[in-house]
Design a protein around this ligand. Structure first.
Ligand code: TYD
Length: 253
């Protein structure tokens, strides 16, 4: 294949220039990181699973009219996506208390929240993605009021979709993070869901047993991360039922 220009390398993905203007190739790595990359590992096959899972969620979202960057999957580890101007926010939606919310507010993990709560973190690894308010976002010009209205609406629609899809396969969507980006049409722009939606950026608990099926398995050393993600993929029918190990490319495409 012709050499491609690398645009950006993050913790879990690499972005390459796409074949057409306005497109990007998103490559899913096997690297797992937690605690702002203080903890690192290579989990063989994770990239393949997340590529498939993100495709599955983004395709479903598009089918119910939630705009997102996904165009098509190219191969085991790569997908073609629309290039966007990323809004520098991690948009978190929580249905049950967990993680930093539990710590910050002293709410026991797993407590159902009175309603979905949306939080914003400023995307800056050096600062550890600090929690910010809409005041910060407006004052520093990270997003306009119209953008914020659209972001809230996108986040809640993604939450309803993902919660339903997960509930149908016996999984509780505790919380998740999305990123959004701007696509331009002349002087106007609109916001679409970008980045990825995968167990790397969600908390997913088995409804009956409470078993964790997300990146907390890695963060908290609870077992094999690949097994957990494979279980999510299997339940959603994303991987064939008796799929061979995800590292054998010829058999799962
Ligand atoms: P949160 O509990 O705030 O942080 P942590 O994952 O460090 O305990 O995270 C809420 C959800 O959002 C969780 O599913 C992980 C996800 N998330 C990311 O994927 N990336 C991020 O940078 C942040 C802040 C959260």
């Amino acid at each position: 294949m012709a050499r491609r220009k690398k645009i950006y390398e993050g913790k879990a993905k690499i972005l390459y220039e796409g074949p057409e203007p306005g497109t990007i190739v998103q490559y899913f790595k096997d690297d797992a990181t937690a605690f702002n990359a203080e903890k690192k590992a290579v989990i063989e096959g994770k990239g393949v699973l997340n590529n498939r899972l993100s495709e599955f969620f983004m395709t479903g979202l598009a089918q119910i009219g939630v705009p997102n960057h996904f165009i098509k999957r190219l191969n085991m580890r790569e997908q073609l996506v629309r290039s966007v101007e990323i809004v520098p926010l991690e948009i978190i939606v929580r249905n049950y208390a967990a993680g930093t919310m539990s710590k910050r507010l002293g709410i026991e993990e797993g407590t159902q929240l009175p309603r979905p709560i949306v939080e914003y973190c400023y995307k800056d690894d050096a600062l550890g993605d600090p929690l910010v308010t809409e005041e910060h976002i407006a004052a520093f010009g990270w997003a306009s009021q119209q953008d914020m209205d659209d972001i809230l609406s996108l986040a809640l629609r993604v939450n309803d979709f993902l919660s339903g899809v997960m509930m149908a396969v016996g999984i509780r969507l505790v919380d998740f993070k999305i990123e959004v980006g701007r696509v331009f049409d002349g002087d106007f722009h609109r916001l679409i869901v970008a980045d990825e939606i995968s167990p790397d950026s969600c908390r997913l608990w088995d409804i009956d047993t409470g078993q964790k099926l997300d990146k907390d398995v890695f963060r908290r050393d609870l077992g094999d991360l690949k097994d957990a993600y494979t279980e999510v993929a299997r339940r959603l029918g994303v991987m064939p039922k008796n799929a061979p190990p995800v590292t054998k490319p010829t058999l799962i495409n």
